[in-house]
Design a protein around this ligand. Structure first.
Ligand SMILES: Nc1nc2c(c(=O)[nH]1)N[C@H]1C(S)=C(S)[C@@H](COP(=O)(O)OP(=O)(O)OC[C@H]3O[C@@H](n4cnc5c(=O)[nH]c(N)nc54)[C@H](O)[C@@H]3O)O[C@H]1N2
Ligand SMILES: Nc1nc2c(c(=O)[nH]1)N[C@H]1C(S)=C(S)[C@@H](COP(=O)(O)OP(=O)(O)OC[C@H]3O[C@@H](n4cnc5c(=O)[nH]c(N)nc54)[C@H](O)[C@@H]3O)O[C@H]1N2
Ligand SMILES: [Mo]
Length: 759
């Protein structure tokens, strides 16, 4: 059976609403997976491709960053991983004829869903100044254009090099090397919008900005708190780990304004009894108000302090700093204020406390529900306080578990994709490559947009991603990007960012994870790092989507040669020929990668060192794990307003829309829905099925409006609302960001709902 042609546009957005589900995965998930995969790939290619996902000789799933266990199943993927694979391995193609038929003005009118459905891009294309259409261009000409525009800048800091988190370690290492040799640290990345708050909080408190647990630890924990995360949709393989932990007696507390089906009950598709019955996962559901987590953990900390013998005194004395100041702040936590901030009942918090005190090995997992608020860094520091109190870091079955998003977002950071690199990293780069990298800090995502808006940045280069759709304040951001002299996107598929261009624009099509990568030096592998610091090889097995594609390392290497010219002493040509030579350099620059090439030959890869986890050593400024004592914050709402979180549906991968359903939440056939508690909706005079505009309220007085959302009465926490990203990014003000990490506060948007006639 061949693949099906893409849907027409405008795509009908007509949401149908049924009751939310209470279990995730199961047989429906398998059927859904196969249908979506076959639509994109046909039957034979579906089988050939899906069997290689996450196998030791196969490719790393381009879906999420959840690790693979040591014991692999024949089908080591989940419904949503399969969708990510199908999206990339599709047999649909975007050719130069497509661009001849669709002027940029037409692409700009299309939905993101339609753009993505057109298939893989086959040729580099150029939008000349004043032109209406992209046209095919040779790779040489494309690199010459980049060299010309970068060469015309007054300072290297007028260029921005963005990275999305699918990029391999090898490509990421080359990109940061090129940017720094060119002369800038302007390396914004999707992490700035994602787990930056986790990195900021963890680096300060435990000395390493990454999680401290392995998959084995999860299996051994006796209490797992999942806060601000929806694994049933975004990290489905995590449910298997939770199931295994439960089988060994662990308890699970979930903290979330929404009852998420995946956390309620899991029907494991890998076992027959699992498929039919499933296991219930959550033992205690704390339906917290958006932004109430810091107050919750602060009060738990007070209660632990008040309970004799509950604090791990030996650990606190030997390994921590700042206890007294923290304890004083925690002791003043107030019950009434906590109940107001969290919306929880006293009995629920007491139940949670009892489970915490009964646990000897606690892990806290979190994702965007904790990282995308004004007070996110303080919230995550409070989670660290909570774990430190009972010695829950640096021993088996315990620790911090920020669950990463993109499959190699953690590795890209390890490779130096960071606008604020450490001096030690730059020293190592300088010693290895013999040039002086810039020492002043570069721009993160939000500051990059401001620089484009203010004319301080003029060339924008993106290694993957969909910058204008993923970033906040869509109208402001799109206007800012349009001011650029040149925008360049290294991409696999079409997206909104290709339609919102600078004066000139390039799309450079590249190989994806599933494609076979053959260079002059033979068949190549790349490497990735998962959410738990395991590094392993990834090897695509499909014939590339077109013979004209270049790999990401090849694109950076050729761009570097065109831009830097013979003055560069870096062996770019050699790097392109054989990625092993890149890994030899990584081994000498990045700690933990000694013998890199030898280590990736091991099936399953190797673990990077992590001082707090491995030896209870905390490489912080004080040399100890730091307790912190920030004042408690939580969002305060004016009357008649709701606090909106912008989140993912089950049928999307960030800005890539696979389909219009959100099965577990009972939504089908449309994405413009806003979930509101029935009592709040009634108070606002909004019936289920009414239509409303979402209107943002921010201190700048600018009206930000997302029109035509169907109101869905939904059991979320009171005062809260939820709607999908990226449709709602227009509502997130550019300067509404987290303290310290500068991450857009896309889970705390104050809105009012204005009833509108219809969609
Ligand atoms: N299929 C699929 N997989 C993905 C992605 C995808 O789009 N699709 N995206 C990938 C990426 S880049 C990332 S970062 C991750 C994202 O993974 P998640 O963080 O799970 O993604 P979100 O949909 O943003 O869900 C946020 C969750 O936090 C809850 N929440 C919101 N506000 C609060 C709060 O104030 N407190 C608490 N306790 N909870 C809150 C929401 O109700 C929701 O359950 O997933 C990755 N994996
Ligand atoms: N309102 C709101 N905004 C958010 C969030 C939110 O929760 N709410 N979440 C934030 C988060 S957590 C993240 S991580 C960002 C995501 O921001 P991005 O990473 O910028 O966005 P994606 O949608 O993941 O990027 C998808 C595009 O990547 C390209 N692509 C896919 N695979 C490859 C590949 O192998 N190589 C290359 N070169 N290109 C490839 C395709 O062209 C595809 O269209 O969005 C952030 N924005
Ligand atoms: Mo993310």
């Amino acid at each position: 059976m061949p693949s099906k042609p893409p849907a027409g546009d405008p795509v009908q957005d007509a949401p149908q609403v049924a009751a939310p589900q209470h279990a995730a995965a199961g047989l429906t998930a398998i059927a859904h997976t196969l249908r979506m995969a076959q639509e994109q790939m046909g039957v034979a290619r579906t089988a050939r491709t899906l069997l290689k996902v996450n196998q030791k000789d196969g490719f790393d799933c381009p879906g999420c960053a959840w690790p693979e266990g040591d014991k692999r199943h024949v089908a080591e993927f989940c419904e949503n991983g399969a969708k990510a694979v199908a999206e990339e391995a599709t047999v649909r193609r975007v050719t130069p004829e497509f661009f001849a038929a669709h002027p940029v003005s037409d692409l700009a009118e299309r939905s993101g869903y339609w753009l993505g459905q057109q298939g893989r891009i086959t040729r580099p294309v150029h939008l000349a100044e004043g032109a209406t259409h992209y046209e095919a261009v040779s790779w040489e000409k494309a690199f010459a254009i980049i060299a010309e525009e970068l060469g015309a800048l007054d300072s290297p800091d007028e260029a921005l090099f963005y990275t999305s988190g699918r990029t391999s370690n090898e490509a990421a290492f080359l990109l940061q090397l090129f940017a720094r040799e060119f002369g800038t640290n302007n390396l914004p990345d999707c992490s700035n919008m994602c787990h930056e708050s986790s990195g900021s909080a963890l680096t300060e408190t435990i000395g390493v900005g990454k999680g401290s647990v392995s998959l084995e630890d999860l299996h051994q924990a006796d209490l797992i708190i999942v806060a601000g995360q929806n694994p049933g949709t975004n990290h489905p393989r995590m449910l298997t780990a939770l199931e295994q932990a439960k089988a060994s007696g662990a308890k699970i507390i979930s903290v979330n304004p929404l009852p998420e089906a995946g956390l309620e009950r899991f029907k494991n598709p890998q076992s027959v009894s699992g498929l039919v019955k499933g296991v219930s996962l959550t033992d205690l559901f704390l339906q917290v108000r958006i932004g109430g987590d810091q107050a919750l953990f602060r009060l738990l900390n007070k209660l632990i302090l008040e309970r004799g013998g509950a604090v791990d005194e030996t650990f606190v004395a030997a390994h921590t700093h700042g206890f007294d100041e923290f304890a004083e702040a925690a002791r003043s936590a107030d019950w009434d204020e906590t109940l107001a901030a969290t919306g929880l009942g006293r009995d629920e918090i007491e139940q949670a406390l009892a489970m915490v005190l009964a646990s000897e090995r606690t892990i806290v997992c979190w994702a965007m529900g904790l990282t995308q608020h004004k007070h996110s860094v303080a919230t995550i520091r409070e989670v660290v306080n909570f774990l430190l109190l009972r010695g829950n870091i640096g021993r088996p079955g315990a620790g911090v578990c920020p669950v990463r998003g993109h499959s190699n977002v953690q590795g890209d950071r390890t490779m130096g994709i960071f606008e604020r690199p450490s001096a030690a990293f730059l020293d190592a780069l300088e010693a290895e490559f013999g040039f002086a990298p810039p020492r002043h800090h570069g721009l993160d995502v939000v500051r990059s947009i401001e620089a484009l808006r203010d004319g301080r940045a003029k060339v924008f280069f993106a290694m993957g991603g969909n910058f204008v759709a993923a970033t906040p304040d869509t109208d402001v951001t799109e206007a800012a990007v349009r001011r650029a002299r040149l925008t360049v996107h290294v991409s696999t598929k079409l997206n909104r960012s290709h339609a919102v261009t600078g004066r000139r624009a390039l799309i450079l099509p590249t190989l994806g994870r599933t494609d076979k990568d053959v260079q002059a030096g033979g068949r190549q592998v790349v490497t990735v790092e998962d959410s738990m610091g395991m590094v392993h090889a990834s090897r695509g097995n499909l014939a590339p989507a077109s013979p004209h594609l270049l790999s990401e390392p090849a694109i950076v290497a050729r761009m570097a040669r065109a831009v830097l010219g013979p003055a560069s002493r870096t062996p770019w040509e050699e790097f392109e020929k054989d990625y092993g030579t890149i890994r030899d350099r990584i081994a000498r620059v990045v700690p933990g990668f000694v013998d890199f090439n030898a280590k990736i030959a091991r099936p399953g890869g190797f673990a990077l060192p992590h001082a707090p986890r491995d030896e209870r050593r905390f490489p912080t400024a004080t040399g100890k794990a730091n307790f912190t004592a920030a004042p408690v914050e939580y969002p305060k709402l004016p009357a008649g307003r709701l606090l909106l979180q912008t989140l993912r549906s089950h049928d999307q991968y960030n800005t890539t829309i696979y389909g219009l359903d959100d099965r577990y939440r009972g939504i089908r056939g449309g994405r413009r829905v806003v979930l509101v508690h029935p009592d709040d909706a009634r108070e606002l005079g909004l019936a289920d099925g009414a239509y409303a505009d979402l209107v943002g309220e921010w201190k700048d007085g600018v009206e930000r409006r997302a029109p035509g959302f169907r109101v869905v009465h939904y059991p979320t926490a009171r005062g809260c609302a939820a709607a999908y990203y990226p449709e709602t990014n227009v509502l997130v003000p550019l300067d509404s960001t987290a303290d310290t990490s500068n991450t857009p506060a896309s889970k705390s948007v104050i809105v009012r709902l204005e009833q509108s006639p219809s969609a």
